[in-house]
Design a protein around this ligand. Structure first.
Ligand code: IPE
Ligand code: IPE
Ligand code: MG
Length: 258
C-alpha cells in the first residue's frame, strides 16, 4: 500500500461502498480452468473485502453477486453459483456474526429454491441484531427490477387509498426500495475492466462516485480496495453546486465545528 493510500485511509471513510465483483470467469480461463473455478476463488476476495471494509469503518458494503440477467448463463454455471451461495451462507454466517456483521440479501429471492430461501432467512435472522458492518449481498438483483417492484408496491398503496400520488417523493421512494434506510452508495467499484453498471443500483447511484479497475475479482485485495478509497477521497462531490459553493460549505462547516 502506498503512502497516499495509507493517508487516505486515515480520513473518514465513505459510508456506503458498492462493488460489482466482475472477472471471475476470465481469471479462471487465464489459468486454463473452468469458469466456476473463478467463482469459487472469488469467495476469498469477498471475505477480505468484508474484513477490510469493517476495519476502516465503512458502515455498509453492497456486493453484486448475481444479476437478474445472469440466469442467461449456461445452466451448469448457474447451478454452481447457487450451490456456492448456499455453501457460503452455511459456512460463513457464524464467522460474520462473530464479527458483528449484519447480513442482508437484496434482490428477488422468490426465484431461488425453497431451501435457499430458508437459508437466506435464517442467515438474516441470525445476524439481524449485530451492530457492525451492514453487508448487503445483491442476488437476483436488477436495478430495473428494484424500481419496478417498488413502483408496484407503492401503486398498491395508492389503490388502497393509503397513499396520495403527490406524497411519492424521492425519499419515500428510496425508503421503499431494497436499500431502505441505507444511504446511497458513496463509491461504486467495478473490477474486471468493464466500464458499465450492468443494471446494478441504478436508482441509488445517481450521485455515486465510480472507480473502475482492471483487476479481476479473485485478485482484488486490500491494496486495490485502498486505491479505490484513495481515489474517492481525492474527489470533489458537487451534487450540482459549483466548486466555489462546495469550498464555501466546507469552510463554513469547519468554522462551525471550531
Ligand atoms: C462475475 O464474474 C461473477 C458473476 C457475474 C456471477 P464473471 O463470471 O462475470 O466473470 P467474467 O466477466 O466472465 O470474467
Ligand atoms: C455484473 O457482471 C453482475 C455481477 C458481477 C454479479 P456481468 O459479468 O454479469 O456483467 P455484464 O454481463 O458483462 O454486463
Ligand atoms: Mg462478467
Amino acid at each position: 500500500m502506498t503512502d497516499t493510500t495509507e493517508q487516505a485511509l486515515s480520513l473518514s471513510p465513505p459510508k456506503h461502498v458498492a462493488i460489482i465483483m466482475d472477472g471471475n470467469g476470465r481469471w479462471a480461463q487465464q489459468r486454463n480452468k473452468p469458469r466456476v473455478f473463478g467463482h469459487k476463488s472469488g469467495v476469498q476476495s469477498v471475505r477480505n473485502a468484508v474484513k477490510f471494509a469493517g476495519s476502516i469503518g465503512i458502515q455498509a458494503l453492497t456486493l453484486y453477486a448475481f444479476s437478474s440477467e445472469n440466469w442467461r448463463r449456461p445452466k451448469q454455471e448457474v447451478g454452481v453459483l447457487m450451490e456456492l451461495f448456499m455453501a457460503v451462507l452455511t459456512n460463513e454466517v457464524k464467522r460474520l456474526s462473530k464479527n458483528q456483521v449484519r447480513l442482508k440479501i437484496i434482490g428477488d429471492v422468490s426465484r431461488f429454491s425453497d431451501k435457499l430461501q430458508l437459508k437466506i432467512r435464517q442467515a438474516e435472522e441470525l445476524t439481524a441484531n449485530n451492530t457492525g458492518l451492514l453487508l448487503n449481498i445483491a442476488a437476483n438483483y436488477g436495478g430495473r427490477w428494484d424500481i419496478l417492484d417498488t413502483t408496484q408496491r407503492l401503486a398498491e398503496q395508492v389503490k388502497a387509498g393509503r397513499l396520495e400520488p403527490s406524497e411519492i417523493t424521492e425519499e419515500l421512494f428510496s425508503n421503499a426500495t431494497c436499500l431502505a434506510g441505507v444511504p446511497d452508495p458513496d463509491l461504486m467499484i467495478r473490477t474486471g475492466g468493464d466500464h458499465r453498471i450492468s443494471n446494478f443500483l441504478i436508482w441509488h447511484a445517481a450521485y455515486t462516485e465510480f472507480y473502475f479497475t482492471d483487476t479481476l475479482w479473485p485478485d482484488f485485495d486490500d491494496a486495490v480496495f485502498g486505491d479505490a478509497i484513495a481515489s474517492f477521497q481525492g474527489r470533489e462531490r458537487r451534487f450540482g453546486h459549483t466548486g466555489e459553493q462546495v469550498q464555501e460549505l466546507v469552510s463554513n462547516d469547519s468554522k462551525e465545528s471550531n
